[in-house]
Design a protein around this ligand. Structure first.
Ligand SMILES: Cc1ncc(COP(=O)(O)O)c(C=O)c1O
Length: 381
């Protein structure tokens, strides 16, 4: 008999969501606005420690609105982390911009500030000032915002923080999402908290946020009829989904603790295996450990990360290679890239292990046992 599936990062409800959703139904706010949307925005802004939040249909939508707000247009070069999910980069292209794919630092797996500096210097020397830099908080680890923020300031470039994976993580004691002119969160089903699908745009700048709301509601002018002077989007979050988000936000602290515990227990159970290492935690912060990422050096481990992934899959356990960097993606083959070997090697050797906050000790023991088996059979074979 097939053992029950262990998922990589499934949704984990708090129990409060149904009552909140029922309330949305009872009040008949079944619309892309309503009291739960307003409350979710306020509660999230307070949690992150930022002035304003706009609830949107996805993190990708939030990044797209961010690119529009900052005026990214045809041919504009936008430095962005290469080691990320495709949604960090696509919105640059939606607006006609050209991503410049910047490699990560081996010590943090996030954008290497030295490479960003080289690139900003190069663009400056050529008389070109990017409209934005997009830095990604990878697997819940904040990028180095003292360094990146200082560079963006020196070269006069607005910073966008893609904190889609990093809600609840901290950089020097402050929460992820507040380090750029604009910050982005995602509540996709695999994230640390979910609204099934959804996202948020964060900022301290009220005029930017007002414009974001306007753009996300079809750029509708204030008039009784439908008046439009520019092209907008239909990107607002439903009141029903915001109700789910409010129930989820109440348990965020527990969810972070559970994910950090997963990480700790994986390290205890697998850290002694030759060729195994784990994603480092940068000394400047506390990661939410959204996913536990392990590196497998086949020379010492006896098997590749793909051998391990397939061995887990045979046991009905879902794991995944680390993000394939954008500079290695055919869709971005024509984009300029800066460095690339660090993320390339992380991709070659890295695996995300089941990391949900509802993962049981039994599930985790199954994962551990099969990773250890893969090492043993690799060495024997
Ligand atoms: C780094 C990163 N950026 C952006 C997104 C996009 O978020 P969404 O799926 O809500 O559009 C995701 C996740 O999906 C992500 O991992």
């Amino acid at each position: 008999m097939t053992p029950p599936r262990v998922y990589l990062s499934p949704p984990h409800l708090s129990g409060d969501e149904q009552a909140l959703v029922a309330e949305a139904f009872a009040s008949n706010w079944i619309a892309p606005l309503g009291p739960h949307v307003d409350a979710f925005e306020k509660e999230m802004a307070d949690y992150v420690g930022v002035g304003h939040a706009v609830a949107l249909s996805s993190g990708t939508a939030a990044l797209h609105v961010a690119m529009r707000l900052l005026g990214v247009g045809a041919g504009d070069e936008v430095p962005c982390s290469t080691f990320t999910f495709v949604a960090s980069v696509n919105p640059i292209v939606y607006e006609g911009g050209r991503p410049v794919l910047v490699d990560c630092d081996a010590a943090t797996w996030t954008m290497d500030p030295n490479l960003l500096e080289d690139e900003l210097r190069r663009l400056d020397a050529a008389g070109r000032r990017p409209k934005a830099v997009v830095a990604v908080d990878l697997y819940g680890q904040c990028a180095d915002y003292d360094a990146i923020g200082a560079l963006c300031e020196r070269y006069g470039v607005p910073l966008v923080e893609d904190a889609a994976e990093a809600l609840g993580s901290a950089y020097r004691g402050k929460h992820a999402g507040r380090f750029g002119r604009l910050g982005v969160l995602s509540f996709a089903g695999n994230k640390i908290i979910t609204t099934s699908g959804g996202g948020m745009l964060l900022s301290d700048e009220e005029p930017l946020v007002r414009k974001a709301r306007f753009l996300a509601t079809q750029a509708r002018e204030s008039a009784a009829h439908y008046e439009h002077r520019e092209i907008g989007f239909n990107y607002r979050m439903s009141n029903v989904l915001a109700a789910i988000g409010r129930g989820q936000l109440r348990v965020l602290t527990d969810r972070i603790e559970a994910r950090r515990r997963n990480f700790r227990l994986y390290v205890e159970a697998l850290g002694d295996l030759p060729g195994v290492s784990f994603m480092p935690e940068a000394p400047y912060g506390t990661a939410n450990r959204w996913l536990t990422c392990v590196l497998i050096d086949p020379k010492f481990f006896g098997a590749t990360r793909e051998d391990v992934r397939l061995a887990l899959e045979r046991e009905n356990i879902e794991s995944r290679p680390l993000w394939k960097p954008m500079h290695l993606q055919p869709a971005f083959a024509s984009c300029r890239s800066v460095g690339g070997s660090v993320s390339g090697s992380l991709f070659a050797n890295g695996l995300c292990l089941p990391s949900g906050s509802s993962l049981t000790d039994e599930d985790r023991s199954r994962v551990v046992a099969h990773v250890r088996n893969a090492a043993e059979s690799g060495r024997r074979g």
